[in-house]
Design a protein around this ligand. Structure first.
Ligand SMILES: Cc1cc2nc3c(=O)[nH]c(=O)nc-3n(C[C@H](O)[C@H](O)[C@H](O)COP(=O)(O)OP(=O)(O)OC[C@H]3O[C@@H](n4cnc5c(N)ncnc54)[C@H](O)[C@@H]3O)c2cc1C
Length: 408
């Protein structure tokens, strides 16, 4: 390819794209960052930034934290409640409109050329570079970084949809109803498990607003709407004086053993690479971490044919391993929902380990060993059994009789 408009074209200015662009520009690369949206833009998200994400965010984002959530109020099928606390905050509540714009502007300040309202419509990858077609003209780059989230155009050049495990989540960010002012702790999140055969509902208080949502495997998609309404009603966020919230949703991809995260002249980061942690549905920390790692790999192996293989190995050995154990834990919670709930409630070692994982101090493999106990030694046969149980439960949703609930 004769002439490049930049060294690296980053597509998508979510956390993954902005962090990658920031780190590349910081090292002197010529970077163009495009996004289909105009910032501040909305992003379907709980806006829960886990403690472990912080070490991968290149700028100090603490002033954006609306809440610092250290406690969790759990319920099972909307009843049977208990609370747990952690010494350190587990999750910080941010508004994605603010958080994403903040990271984007930080990248621009670092020298990244930002082009908003510019959608990637197609791309061609060659050994010597990438050719991108956008709604605002063509761009030639030595490398293209696909950071456009779950519906990534660049990812589709490398992967079919079957290469990912898909979940889906709905959310709304609503002003705190007056009736609940002063009653909702700004230290506690709410999590409901066990209402559906798989998936959960959450509330993240953020001062003047509260973020509510539900999510689970794609097989649960048609039940999520009624579950969400039931949950909002139970939390007094729907009905009576509360205005009907605007609900939207999005897909959550997790990589499998088939997923490709790099090819000649293209690297995937964040959701585009399928880096959503499947147990919690959390994707911001891996988005930021992969943005950092992709930038580092490009800087170190610029122009070398082994770049794609090296980046692929780094992702698979690090985050990929975490996702593997997270996926196994998800199967366990689907196969044995009550047992998992009891473990969180009664087993302090399991709870502490879970908190440490969210804090980035321990890994999912350790959590798996703590949760599964001696059964974890069974390896493959246990895996096969859990997958079998998961398939059965997802085929015949038991759980709460959502049809019997009052319509929202
Ligand atoms: C309902 C819901 C709740 C969630 N809650 C949490 C949570 O509490 N905590 C957490 O850590 N994670 C959560 N997640 C996951 C989290 O939102 C994602 O993992 C995270 O946003 C991934 O970041 P990203 O930078 O990879 O992609 P995104 O944040 O999706 O950013 C992609 C960007 O690419 C742009 N784009 C898309 N297509 C194109 C195109 N063709 N051309 C140009 N630009 C394009 C988009 O406008 C967007 O700005 C949630 C997800 C959902 C759906």
């Amino acid at each position: 390819m004769a002439r490049f408009d930049c060294d690296v074209l980053v597509v998508g200015a979510g956390p993954a794209g902005s962090v990658a662009a920031y780190r590349l520009a910081e090292a002197g690369c010529r970077v163009i960052l495009i996004d289909a949206g105009s910032f501040p833009r909305e992003k379907a998200c709980g806006g829960g930034v886990q403690q472990r994400a912080l070490s991968h965010i290149p700028v100090d984002a603490r002033r954006l934290f609306k809440s610092s959530l250290r406690k969790t109020d759990f319920s099972f099928a909307l009843g049977n409640r208990f609370s747990k606390a952690s010494r350190l905050p587990l999750v910080y509540g941010v508004l994605r409109t603010e958080f994403d714009e903040f990271l984007l502007r930080a990248a621009a300040d670092m020298g990244v050329e930002v082009r908003e309202e510019t959608r990637l419509t197609g791309a061609t990858l060659q050994a010597g570079g990438a050719f991108a077609e956008t709604t605002a003209g063509d761009i030639r780059a030595r490398y293209i970084v696909g950071a456009e989230g779950a519906n990534s155009v660049v990812s589709r050049l490398l992967n079919s949809r079957d290469n990912f495990f898909w979940q889906v989540a709905l959310y709304c960010e609503i002003p705190l109803p007056r009736a609940l002012e002063g009653t909702m702790s700004q230290e506690s999140m709410r999590v409901d498990l066990g209402t559906l055969p798989a998936g959960y509902a959450w509330l993240f208080p953020k001062g003047e607003t509260v973020n509510a949502g539900v999510g689970g495997p794609l097989a649960m998609a048609r039940n999520l709407g009624s579950y969400f309404r039931a949950f909002l009603r139970a939390e007094r966020l729907l009905g009576n004086s509360a205005a009907a919230p605007r609900i939207s949703g999005h897909l959550l991809p997790t990589m499998t053993e088939r997923t490709m995260v790099a090819a000649t002249s293209a690297l995937l980061v964040g959701d585009a690479a399928g880096l959503v942690e499947p147990l919690t549905g959390e994707g911001i920390s891996h988005a930021c971490e992969s943005g950092e790692l992709a930038a580092r790999a490009i800087l170190k192996h610029f122009g070398k044919p082994e770049l794609a293989a090296i980046y692929g190995r780094i992702v698979r050995d690090g985050m990929g391993t975490e996702l593997h154990w997270g996926r196994r834990l998800l199967s366990f919670t689907i196969a044995f929902p009550r047992l998992f709930y009891r473990l969180l409630h009664r087993n302090d070692a399991a709870w502490r380990c879970f908190c440490d994982v969210l804090g980035g101090h321990r890994d999912f493999a350790t959590l798996w060993r703590v949760v599964a106990g001696r059964a974890s030694l069974l390896g493959g046969p246990l895996d096969a059994f859990l997958r079998h149980m998961e398939r059965r439960r997802l085929r015949s949703p038991g759980g709460l009789q959502l049809d019997a609930m009052p319509p929202g």
